[in-house]
Design a protein. Structure first.
Ligand code: SIN
Length: 505
């Protein structure tokens, strides 16, 4: 029987930060399923450092972006704990970019009333932070990485999470742990177009829900306004920070369109900019709008945004010279597993932090660059709670019997999962996007329920089926939540029921 003190599911910033904040005498296992989105984060980390800025202003901006539906205590915790976490990152060796006076340089992003987004490596904040923290994880003797493993089930005994069932190399296995931390990120890859890594399908949320864990706000999927379609790959994020240094958005007639829509123009909160782009695309029938940096010097843009510059250059687009075609794509999951401010869920010894968790900190729409901060602040809190509880936690050895409903035997790899995933992505993209219609949501629901029923009978017989079942379940959670609630942020629910010209898939 395999056991560990702390099992962390996910190796992004939230999970990594929990691991690094735990003492070295604890045995930690980190389960890794897909590449983390944290490395893709460009813009940076929001923190009010300047004398002219304040916690209050950052709190107010977060609440405004979130339509004042945020959990205020969570917002205060996030923002007031930021300096300590940035201090820790610096001590660990993260080098934030500096201005000419050698102060940490902060920039503007959408919805912020003051330039307070700090960054590293220009536009490679996530990569810079994660590569350093990864090294620390690799060299820690008490941390073991279980890679290429798929989470299948939470094992629960008497309201306590005690382990997981997972698949690795075609073998179903069980791992028991005194503390389990969900840090698996979001579900952008349930959409055809996303900034997320492949495999970011959010099924850990469904798996938690199957075990009776409370989840909330699943309807709030945030769309990033400016993604560029790589010629040979998927969508590539173009950070809001580029609009923060003055880039404009132009329609197909090369006219700015944000000016009459919001006082912050191109730097309005993200959902407002995404909806404006959606409307322009609908009305012009061009598949994108343009990011215009032609009034900004190429040399400056190349130095400030080296990764974006390099990526666009490969497609013969030069920042400062060419217009960049951009479009909104699925980016961030605001809802998820309900937790308190220490990351605790309603199941004992099960924690969640980072994008997979829902503390209510973002309300109905996340403020730009509050997400890496969320991983740090709530990841640290989870670690603290585990430490304070460790002595009193034990595994109930009498009930550590692996679930016996898995009938799985190893067979040749099947394509079923990929077919199901593509079908789900098509449904989510067509019916559950930025603008949602009641009848389209109902159509999505009936299609997903049909697939769910097919898979229910076979879900324990093949890992592919179990994975498909989890994907349909998480998609249904999004759709049902969207049907049941009004829209306050992130997406727009149209009153009229039909969208003209929408083909059924
Ligand atoms: C960006 O840099 O525009 C994305 C950062 C975020 O999602 O907050």
């Amino acid at each position: 029987m395999k056991t560990t003190d702390v099992l962390i599911i996910g190796t992004g910033l939230a999970g990594t930060y929990v691991a690094l904040n735990l003492p070295s005498n604890m045995e930690i296992t980190m389960l890794c399923h897909h590449s983390t989105n944290s490395t893709l984060a460009q813009g940076g980390i929001a923190i009010s450092l300047d004398q002219k800025d304040s916690f209050e202003a950052h709190i107010e901006d977060t609440l405004t972006a979130g339509r004042h539906t945020n959990n205020l205590e969570a917002v205060k915790t996030l923002i007031e704990s930021a300096p300590d976490q940035i201090h820790t990152l610096k001590e660990l060796g993260v080098e934030f970019d500096q201005d000419a006076q050698q102060n940490i340089h902060a920039t503007l992003e959408g919805g912020h009333s003051y330039p307070r987004v700090i960054h590293a490596g220009g536009d490679q904040t996530g990569q810079s932070v994660m590569s350093l923290l990864d090294q620390k994880i690799q060299s820690a003797k008490n941390i073991r990485i279980l890679s290429g493993a798929s989470l299948l089930e939470l094992v629960v005994d008497d309201q306590q999470a005690i382990g997981i069932v997972y698949e690795k190399n075609g073998i179903i296995q069980v791992l028991y742990a005194k503390h389990i931390v969900m840090a698996t990120g979001g579900l952008g890859d349930l959409y055809e177009h996303t900034t997320n890594q492949e495999g970011s399908t959010g099924e850990a949320i469904a798996i938690a829900a199957f075990a009776g864990v409370k989840c909330q706000d699943m309807r709030y999927i945030q769309f990033h306004p400016t993604a560029y379609k790589n010629k040979d790959k998927g969508y590539f994020l173009i950070t809001e920070a580029i609009r923060g240094v003055g880039a404009y958005l132009l329609d197909a007639h090369k006219k700015r369109f944000m000016e009459p829509l919001h006082p912050l123009k191109e730097l309005a909160p993200r959902d407002i900019v995404s909806k404006a782009i959606y409307d322009v695309i609908e009305s012009t029938q061009e598949p994108f709008v343009y990011l215009d940096t032609r009034h900004i010097q190429t040399a400056y843009l190349k130095e400030r945004f080296p990764n974006i510059y390099k990526t666009l250059e490969k497609d013969n687009l030069i920042l400062g010279v060419d217009l960049i075609p951009v479009t909104p794509v699925a980016h961030y999951t605001i809802g998820g597993i309900c937790t308190d401010l220490m990351g605790r869920t309603n199941l004992n010894n099960l924690y969640a932090c980072g994008e997979v968790a829902s503390t209510g900190v973002h309300g109905a729409n996340r403020l730009a660059s509050n997400s890496l901060l969320e991983c740090l602040v709530f990841g640290k809190n989870v670690a603290e709670h585990i430490v304070s509880n460790h002595e009193h936690t034990s595994l109930p050895s009498y009930s550590m019997n692996p679930p016996n409903h898995w009938k799985y035997t190893k067979t040749t790899a099947s394509q079923n999962y990929l077919i199901h995933k593509a079908y789900i992505q098509e449904i989510m993209t067509k019916h559950v996007g930025i603008v949602r219609y009641d009848n389209q949501l109902k159509l999505a629901k009936s299609k997903l329920i049909r697939l769910l029923h097919q898979l229910k009978k076979v879900r324990f017989e093949h890992v592919d089926h179990a994975k498909s079942y989890n994907l349909v379940s998480i998609s249904l959670m999004v759709v049902e939540d969207a049907l049941a609630h009004e829209s306050l942020g992130c997406h727009y629910k149209e009153k009229k029921s039909e969208k003209k010209g929408l083909k059924s898939c």
